[in-house]
Ligand binder design. Structure first.
Ligand SMILES: [Ca+2]
Ligand SMILES: [Ca+2]
Ligand SMILES: [Ca+2]
Ligand SMILES: [Ca+2]
Length: 719
């Protein structure tokens, strides 16, 4: 039988009053260990232990003046007791007079276990929920991190030789650290085993009793070299077996995701021979090899995709679905090539370009109705972003003929961008119509008046649906009841598109004096985003798919009406091969089926999420327009770059988290425009039920003007 000098008892949570007594009694027969922890010692305690019998008798004296409601006490064994489950008699008395409470709760000693026993070989600790005592050497203290640092990593100095069980664990202390520890300290902790969002922890209420430093060593366990396989399931299993342990990534690890605002970036093992991981790899080779590097142990670096990093040593943690190393020493960065090469250069007189750019939460500095601090930058930051955006459009995209914009708050923002010195010589005009986005970021189109003209009135369209997916914020949102609508069959509904698609009919002219023009319809989109706090929403895939289906029907109507050159562009918030994209590329009728061209870019990505390069921003073309299409590029000056650069107004890089795709066309310029104007803003022949909101565009509607008055229910198109 193992014997340990253990701090035996736990704090009794219920207090030493009548109610507490009842609770103690109820726990007498309970199978689970009572949920209490050691707190302040407040009483003189006499302990008798009966080593070979499964019982302990505790007699606790309280001076009358000490006894108060909700008193808490700690009880410690004064002798070596065996590790087993005990029946404990706890007798409380006021002085030496009649005991007030005498109950026999069934509690166990804090089982002394190894860290390997705590971690086990599965995703979840086999001891979860149990109070344990364990010992090890501190590999990294994060007690000094004021914002997120919450404890330290403890590792068994010898391990168990079993690669399936981690030999390390995180000790969670919360904000207070009465016992300071540093790397190399030999520590014994007592606390409850928990799984916090997938990270195995010992959750302690820190005190001199629960965190005991018993010595110090200069020799830390040898870090385990990280080399998770690409295949997702295998990669995750490999990393879980090291969770909590000191690990090392081989030097020269390629960065696959840039430093974010939490000072985290993502890497893979250089031995894998890849310098970028694509989201599409998920279904092929897997993406389980991606490891995040955090700053919780005090070191990080601002890096971009393509840089390589050396010196990554630290404990392996887990949060938000990724395994993370928090380096305990300074990192060495070798810069990679600059991906921010200009696109759309050398456009011929018979060519034109069409791009789609999500400019990420581009709010004005005015705190209007519905705005909050997060959506109102300082004047200084606004000016920096204006400079960045104008330079990005002018130099990185070479001032495209047509540029769809997502996430601009209003026309003032767009006109401010266009008025910057970098764009002053380019004759752009901006088109934007109010939408229903709760934060007021809506889609827009910039067009060069020297190359293109808008024909008729730009419109938006929408449908009233009964989707119940919490796509809109609570009803008291500052935009009032704008999201409410009534379906054509009289049901209470909400608008399908929080950001209705913007439909602009244009003609594009040659750049020289030869003349001729080409008709074109551009539909700018920003479909419902994948983010959502409610997993029941399935990240709004249903709504996004319904939006895409409505778009496909609208395009179908345009094509059937004679508008054969249609481009559907923008942030569709989903990948090729997903239901929304399938609805657009496979679901349409002959002649209006849309070709997604961003997949043809090299390399094909517009966004980097958690180290995965992915396509969220799309350009889709009807076959009529695809006949003029000559190539696709992506301006890779944002997604690969660290968030830190977003504050630098002197560079166009990292204006946004999205890279804009840019398609190039060799126009047919057949002479007379052949645009067929949509009747009453509706595509002719359209059979879908649309409850639309058509707006007359104005050059400069007031910021955050009430939008609801602009919504008009026009009813069923085919009625
Ligand atoms: Ca092990
Ligand atoms: Ca885990
Ligand atoms: Ca674990
Ligand atoms: Ca504002």
């Amino acid at each position: 039988m193992q014997s340990h000098a253990v701090p035996l008892v736990r704090q009794y949570d219920g207090g030493l009053n009548d109610e507490g007594a009842k609770k103690m009694k109820s726990e007498e027969t309970g199978a689970s260990i009572p949920q209490f922890f050691i707190a302040d010692s407040v009483a003189y305690i006499l302990l008798q232990s009966f080593l070979e019998t499964p019982s302990l008798f505790l007699f606790v004296f309280f001076a009358a003046s000490w006894f108060k409601r909700d008193e808490r006490c700690s009880v410690h064994s004064s002798s070596t007791v065996a590790l087993r489950r005990y029946s404990v008699t706890l007798a409380l008395a006021l002085g030496l007079v009649t005991p007030m409470i005498s109950v026999v709760p069934s509690v166990a000693a804090a089982d002394t276990v190894t860290i390997m026993q705590i971690e086990g070989s599965d995703d979840v600790s086999p001891l979860v929920g149990q109070v344990v005592m364990t010992s090890g050497v501190v590999t990294a203290s994060q007690q000094e991190k004021p914002t997120q640092g919450t404890g330290f990593y403890l590792q068994d100095p010898n391990g168990d030789g079993d690669p399936a069980t981690s030999d390390g664990v995180f000790v969670f202390e919360g904000k207070n650290h009465p016992v300071k520890v540093r790397a190399g300290d030999l520590v014994t902790v007592t606390g409850k085993v928990t799984e916090f969002r997938g990270l195995t922890e010992i959750s302690v209420t820190p005190s001199a009793t629960t965190v005991q430093v018993t010595g110090h060593t200069e020799t830390l366990p040898m870090p385990v070299v990280l080399n998770p396989p690409m295949k997702t399931a295998d990669g995750l299993r490999s990393l879980e077996a090291l969770e909590g342990m000191l690990v090392r990534m081989p030097d020269g690890a390629p960065v696959v995701g840039p430093t974010n605002r939490f000072h985290e970036f993502t890497i893979v093992n250089p031995a894998l021979g890849v310098s970028r991981v694509f989201q599409k790899d998920e279904g092929i080779t897997g993406v389980g090899a991606i490891v995040e590097v955090g700053d919780q142990s005090g070191f990080s670096a601002n890096v971009k995709v393509g840089d390589t990093v050396s010196g990554i040593v630290g404990p392996l943690s887990y949060s938000f679905g990724v395994y993370r190393v928090d380096p305990t020493q300074a990192l060495a960065v070798t810069p990679g090539p600059d991906n921010a090469q200009p696109v759309g250069v050398n456009v011929g007189a018979d060519e034109f370009t069409l791009g789609a750019f999500n400019i990420e939460n581009f709010f004005d500095p005015i705190l209007g109705p519905g705005d909050d601090k997060d959506s109102t930058p300082s004047q200084a930051m606004y000016k920096k972003r204006l400079a960045k955006a104008s330079t990005a459009i002018a130099t990185q995209l070479n001032a495209p003929t047509l540029l769809g914009i997502e996430e601009a708050e209003n026309l003032t923002v767009l006109n401010d961008i266009l008025a910057q010195p970098a764009l002053a010589s380019v004759p752009y005009r901006a088109v934007q119509l109010p939408g229903l986005d709760p934060r007021g970021i809506n889609v827009a189109l910039l067009y060069r008046t020297d190359r293109a003209s808008v024909v008729g009135d730009p419109v938006t369209f929408n449908e009233c649906v009964t989707l119940n997916d919490n796509a809109y914020p609570p009803r008291d949102n500052p935009y009032g009841t704008q999201d409410y609508c009534t379906t054509l069959d009289g049901k209470a509904g909400n608008w399908l598109f929080p950001r209705p698609p913007l439909v602009v009919h244009l003609t594009v002219r040659r750049a020289d004096s030869v003349g001729g023009s080409q008709p074109l319809v551009v539909i700018v989109n920003h479909l419902k985003s994948k983010t959502g706090s409610d997993p029941e929403n399935n990240n709004y895939t249903t709504r996004r798919t319904r939006e895409a289906e409505a778009l496909a029907r609208y395009v179908d109507g345009l094509v059937q009406g004679g508008d054969v050159n249609v481009a559907v562009i923008g942030d569709l918030n989903d990948f090729p091969g997903t239901p929304p994209l399938d609805a657009l590329t496979k679901g349409a009728t002959p002649g209006s089926s849309l070709r997604a061209v961003v997949t043809e870019a090299n390399p094909p990505y517009t966004y980097v999420f958690s180290g995965q390069s992915e396509i969220l921003d799309h350009i889709l073309l009807t076959s009529g327009l695809a006949a003029s299409f000559t190539g696709i590029e992506v301006g890779h000056f944002d997604a690969d770059y660290p968030e830190e650069l977003s504050k630098d107004g002197t560079k166009p890089t990292r204006l946004s988290d999205h890279d804009p795709p840019l398609a190039r066309f060799k126009g047919t310029f057949g002479g007379t425009p052949s645009v067929i104007m949509p009747a009453a803003g509706r595509p002719p022949g359209q059979s879908i039920q649309i409850a639309g909101s058509w707006y007359v565009p104005t050059d400069n509607p007031p910021d955050d003007a009430p939008h609801a008055s602009l919504v008009t229910l026009v009813g069923c198109a085919s009625c």
